[in-house]
Every structure is written in structure tokens, then in C-alpha cells.
Design a protein around this ligand. Structure first.
Ligand code: PHE
Length: 456
């Protein structure tokens, strides 16, 4: 389908803030609120946090700039963008693999993402109904077990999240994504600040801070490093084309480095603030931070119940998490839907419906991972279906996507073309970025991958 120069078939963001909100909406999600704390718990606290932050700044930020730039130049879905760029730059069409692998990673991530997001809806509704009143630790655990133990309930909530996500995507870039994220993101920040204030007043604040920021270097090993890098990619939404497709809707006049820096800072801030809010609450409620994906839900319900005004704060918290998950799920679906529209000439509505159906079916694997297929006979090398999806997509496919994106942006595009597109006036800054993206980023991802997978 042909599109006039420098716009996209799907439209462009109407304002700079629209891109910001959409991209921050994509980045800030369950990765920051649910996964960051439990991965930190699993990997021993401060050391994990330190590696995560280093990966965010020295790998995530440069890759995000590259992804936005390639997207803005290609103006299409990631597959079509890479096809166009490869043609214009005289490179192999094989580079489309970035788009293909990204779509696959997107569907894999989304398949568990909507299920976890479904938990937040279930907790939100129970919180509004006052179900958690007078809960003790045993009741909090039993409530949690009852939810994940019931495939029917999980399917109900994962269906709700899938439909909500599809609904926004069907409405398109301006009326859907832009509109939703512009309203949802500011509310999320306001709620988060409220929660941090709350933790400072009523939680075990210092113990929480110590847990997050005291680095115990003996905890660092190749596996923790791989997880921290995977978490950086997952949390920033980079490596799979979500940010690339949002970049495709970014008008030329906005500064890419500035946009990327704002998005990365906001994402990092939310993860840290979430940790700062959460660990004091977890400690105050007597739970231990651990690797359990359900810990957050159990500990918080208990904590909220014991706090003055906890009903309201709890309700707001689950609303916040659901909103964050929703705006991220949207960006996971957009690359594949835009590809179907771009190159299969499908209507946005039918493309979205088809993709949502695929995601819904794949989501059943995660649903069953917590109940009927949770036993050891359903595990492969100690991981169930949900863990495999997450591990393969976040820790392997996103970083590999990151290597390919950085190699393309760094080596396969003429330097002047890249410099003009990325729009960095300052030559030193541009060369700094180029050096990172050519050498530091691909090499460090490669080494972390090899060590983490036990190959090196
Ligand atoms: N960044 C999102 C989060 O932190 C998840 C995500 C990953 C979204 C990859 C888009 C692409 O929850």
C-alpha cells in the first residue's frame, strides 16, 4: 500500500506529548510494577538492581534511540519498515527478521501479559467490593490460591484484558492509543506518588531502601546478569518493534534523543519508585521478598488491610497496575496488527480481532501453568509454560532483537543518513551514541547472552 512521503498509513501522533505518553505507557507496565520487584526478590536485591540500571542506561537507551529512528524513517510496521530500509540502504532483505522475531516475541509476551493483567482486574474488583477486609496472611494466601487455582476465573479475566486491549487498537493511533494513554498515564503517576508517600509514612521504609540499594556483589553471577539485562529490555519495551512502530508515527520535527531519554527516565523512575513503595510495605506486612509471582498480590492485600485508609489505597493501586498493564499490552499488539494492515491489506478491525484471538488461545497456556498444568510433569528443565514464554521472549528474543537493531543502525545505514534522521546536533553526542550502538551494545548483549546461557 503506498503512503505519501513522511507520514504513515496509520496516522501520526498529533502532539509531542502524545508520543511521550504512548511510549511511556508502553514501557511502564507489569514489568515495573509486578516483575521488577519479584525478579529483584528472586535475584537477591541490590546487585540485580545495579546491573539492571546499567543495562537500562548503556544498552536500553541507545537501542531505544536506534529503534525510534529506524521506525521513523520506515514509517510502517516493523517488518515493512525493515524491508523498506533494507531496499533503500542496499542491504539484504534478511534484516526483516527484526520485524518477524519481534512480532513473535510480542505475541509470546502478550500471551502471558494479558493473564497477569487479568489478575489485577480480579484484585481491583475484589478490592472495590471490600473482600479483603480483615484479611490475615493465611486468608491473603488462600485468596490468591483460589484465584490462580481456578482456570475459569483466570480465563474470564484474561478475556477481559484481551478485549480491552483489542478495543483500543481497533480504534487506531489517534482515536485509540493516543487518546487512551494521554488520559491514563498522568493518572498513573499521580497514584504512584501517593503510594510512595504512603509507604514512607506507614511502611518499613529504611529496610525497603536498604534491600533495593545495598549492593551485595557476591550475588552477581551470569544468570543474574542475564535476567537483569532481560528485565531492562522487557521493561523498556525495546528489542521487538513496539517502540519502532510508535516511532513510525512520530512526526519529523520532534527530537528523538530527547524523547528516548524522557521515556527511559520515566520507566526507570517508576520501577524504582515502585520498589521504594513496595518493599517497605512487604517488609511491614511480615512477608519475605521472594521469587513468587504472586507475592506482590498477597503481601499488598495484607498490608493495605492493616493500613489506615488501606481500602482506598489498595483499590487505587490495583487500578494503577491495571492501567499500566493495559497501555503496555496495547503496544505489544500494535506491531503485528500494523503489519497485517500494511502488507496483508486487512482492515484494522479484522486484523485486531484475528491477533486477539491468537493471543487469547496462547494465553491459555499461561492460565493452565498455574493450575492444571502446574505439576512437575508439565515442566521442562524446571520451567512451566509461562516461565518458558517469559524466559525465551524476554531474556533471549528481546536481547537478540537488540543486537540486530544496533547492528543495523550502527553498521548498515550510511552514517550521514543516520545522523540526519536521529537529529542529534551535537557531534560528540552523536559519536558517543554511534560508538555505543556499534560496539558496546552488541558486544555486551552477546557476552551476557553467551555467559547466561552457559555457552561461554
Ligand atoms: N515494557 C512493558 C512492561 O514493562 C512490557 C513490554 C515489553 C511492552 C515489550 C512492549 C514490548 O510491562
Amino acid at each position: 500500500m503506498s503512503v505519501p512521503a513522511d507520514t504513515s498509513l496509520h496516522g501520526l501522533w498529533s502532539k509531542r506529548t502524545a508520543f511521550m505518553f504512548a511510549a511511556v505507557g508502553s514501557a511502564v507496565g507489569l514489568g515495573n510494577i509486578w516483575k521488577f520487584p519479584y525478579m529483584t526478590g528472586e535475584s537477591g536485591g541490590g546487585a540485580f538492581v545495579l546491573i539492571y540500571l546499567l543495562c537500562v542506561i548503556f544498552i536500553g537507551l541507545p537501542v531505544m534511540m536506534a529503534e525510534i529512528t529506524l521506525g521513523q524513517r520506515g514509517r510502517h510496521s516493523p517488518v515493512q519498515t525493515m524491508r523498506r530500509l533494507a531496499t533503500e540502504d542496499g542491504n539484504s532483505q534478511g534484516w526483516q527478521i527484526i520485524g518477524w522475531m519481534g512480532m513473535l516475541a510480542g505475541v509470546m509476551i502478550l500471551s502471558f501479559y494479558v493473564v497477569i493483567a487479568g489478575w489485577t482486574v480480579a484484585y481491583l474488583i475484589d478490592s472495590v467490593r471490600g473482600v479483603f477486609d480483615g484479611f490475615d496472611a493465611a486468608a491473603a494466601s488462600a485468596h490468591w490460591e483460589a484465584l490462580v487455582g481456578s482456570p475459569q476465573r483466570l480465563i474470564l479475566w484474561h478475556t477481559v484484558m484481551t478485549v480491552l486491549t483489542a478495543w483500543v487498537i481497533m480504534r487506531g493511533v489517534n482515536r485509540g492509543i493516543e487518546h487512551a494513554t494521554t488520559i491514563l498515564m498522568p493518572s498513573l503517576f499521580a497514584l504512584l506518588l501517593l503510594l510512595v508517600g504512603y509507604a514512607a509514612l506507614y511502611g518499613e521504609f529504611l529496610q525497603g531502601l536498604r534491600y533495593l540499594f545495598v549492593f551485595d556483589f557476591s550475588q552477581i553471577n551470569p544468570d543474574v546478569t542475564l535476567k537483569a539485562m532481560g528485565q531492562a529490555f522487557f521493561s523498556l519495551s525495546v528489542g521487538m518493534g513496539a517502540i519502532m512502530v510508535y516511532g513510525a508515527y512520530l512526526p519529523r520535527k520532534f527530537s528523538i534523543p530527547e524523547a528516548a531519554t524522557v521515556v527511559v527516565s520515566a520507566d526507570m523512575m517508576v520501577a524504582l519508585l515502585m520498589g521504594v513503595a513496595l518493599f517497605p510495605i512487604v517488609f511491614a506486612s511480615g512477608f519475605e521478598p521472594s521469587a513468587d509471582p504472586g507475592l506482590i498480590f498477597q503481601a499488598l492485600v495484607l498490608a493495605f488491610d492493616q493500613m489506615p485508609g488501606g481500602w482506598l489505597i489498595g483499590t487505587l493501586f490495583f487500578a494503577l497496575t491495571m492501567i499500566a498493564a493495559w497501555t503496555s499490552a496495547i503496544s505489544l499488539l500494535e506491531p503485528i496488527v500494523s503489519w497485517m494492515v500494511d502488507s496483508r491489506n486487512m482492515r484494522r478491525c479484522s486484523a485486531t480481532a484475528l491477533c486477539a484471538a491468537i493471543v487469547w488461545v496462547a494465553g491459555l497456556g499461561t492460565v493452565f501453568s498455574f493450575n492444571i498444568a502446574s505439576g512437575p510433569e508439565w515442566q521442562l528443565y524446571g520451567k512451566n509454560f509461562f516461565h518458558w514464554m517469559d524466559y525465551l521472549a524476554s531474556n533471549i528474543m528481546l536481547p537478540v532483537g537488540g543486537i540486530l537493531i544496533s547492528l543495523y543502525a550502527g553498521w548498515m545505514v550510511r552514517r550521514e543518513v543516520m545522523q540526519a534522521q536521529i537529529n542529534i546536533d551535537h557531534t560528540t553526542v552523536f559519536y558517543g551514541w554511534l560508538w555505543l550502538i556499534r560496539v558496546v551494545v552488541p558486544l555486551s548483549i552477546f557476552l551476557v547472552l553467551l555467559r547466561g546461557l552457559g555457552i561461554l
